[in-house]
Design a protein around this ligand. Structure first.
Ligand code: PBG
Length: 337
């Protein structure tokens, strides 16, 4: 009998000890979400005093620029660092060649100028992709067989990114997944003296069904119809390919890289941050918002799932999160909830 009678049967480690009280729970907390982690995506409408609900995203509205400025004031005061803009293009401005994308008087370009003038310190990020401007709802130009051509699309993306930078956007975010577009846009920005314009690359963007409500919000789903984006967005089955895409974008000059969607792709987010240690972002996309919101509104889940979902991104390695919940989360953080 060498074993002590006193210790026998007692666990050596009791992890619950640290979880017992609020103070020790706080003391061992590994990740926190702050307002600095948030990017707020907004849908922009033409006209003035226009406000439309997005039916598949309860609580999200499309706003005309005058109302967007009011929203920006709230966001800025809450300390959210960046607003991301997505235009709703009227059908009559959509064309095969997406020329509205680089119109200096286009909706996004006007919105950027207005926001930069009113709130010079607020970060403004723009989406570089052609889908809101094409009659077919694809992110690029089509050839006679309906294939999305890469290099001609990149030529248009360059013009679009330059028009955003000229309007004052501090971050341009190519979300189109064409090959070589980060390098081409970086070169064009440098050549045109926009050396400070940051590029957030949608590097690992999957061909996901979670974008459905977004396509309703910007009015591109009707145009896309039964079409898909499989020839340029990534297969949800892959993750090594995501690392390859991220490596290319970094090599081509991306300042920030992104994984999209978010929650179903936490493994990809983790691998990207772990491998490259670059500023890494994640997009909690429209379908994720819709799912959580529907469950909350029905009383099936409590509101606390929002914070839990965002903390999961932090844990997986995100430096920042695009989320339609940004405003309400910033309000909660400020109130200390
Ligand atoms: C445009 C773009 C999309 C999203 C962001 N930029 C849609 C798509 O690629 O079809 C989706 C965002 C969301 O679902 O919240 N290329």
């Amino acid at each position: 009998m060498t074993q002590s009678i006193i210790t026998s049967g007692f666990p050596n480690q009791r992890p619950r000890r640290m979880r017992k009280d609020d103070f020790s729970r706080r003391l061992m907390q590994e990740n926190v979400l702050t307002v600095n982690d948030l990017i707020y995506p907004c849908f922009v409408l033409e006209g003035s005093n226009q406000r439309q609900q997005v039916s598949s995203m309860p609580g999200v509205e499309r706003l005309s620029i005058d109302l967007l400025l009011k929203e920006a004031e709230i966001i800025h005061r809450l300390g959210v660092p960046v607003m991301a803009l997505f235009p709703v293009t009227p059908v009559e401005k959509k064309t095969e060649d997406a020329s509205e994308a680089y119109n200096p008087e286009g909706l996004v370009q006007q919105a950027v100028r207005a926001l930069r003038q009113e709130f010079p310190e607020l970060g403004i990020m723009t989406d570089v992709a052609l889908d809101p401007f094409t009659t077919h709802g694809q992110d690029g130009l089509l050839d006679d067989n309906g294939y999305i051509v890469n290099d001609h699309t990149v030529d248009v993306l360059i013009k679009q990114a330059l028009s955003h930078a000229e309007a004052g956007a501090q971050i341009v975010a190519p979300s189109d997944m064409m090959d070589g577009r980060i390098g081409a846009i970086r070169d064009a920005l440098e050549f045109n003296s926009h050396i400070h314009t940051r590029i957030m690359a949608y590097s690992a963007k999957y061909a996901s069904s979670f974008y459905g409500p977004f396509r309703d919000a910007v009015g591109s789903s009707g145009n896309l119809g039964s079409g898909n984006k499989f020839t340029y967005q990534m297969d949800p089955a892959n993750s090594d390919e995501a690392l390859h895409e991220v490596a290319l974008d970094i090599q081509e000059g991306a300042d920030m890289v992104m994984v999209k969607p978010g929650m179903p792709y936490l493994d990809v987010l983790y691998r990207v941050k772990d491998t490259f240690k670059k500023p890494t972002y994640v997009y909690q996309v429209s379908g994720e918002y819709a799912m959580l919101k529907a469950a909350i509104d029905n009383g099936w889940l409590t509101e606390s799932v929002i914070m839990e979902s965002l903390l999961a991104f932090k844990r997986a390695g995100a430096d920042g999160i695009l989320t339609y919940f940004a405003k309400e989360v910033a309000q909660q953080l400020k109130a200390g909830i």
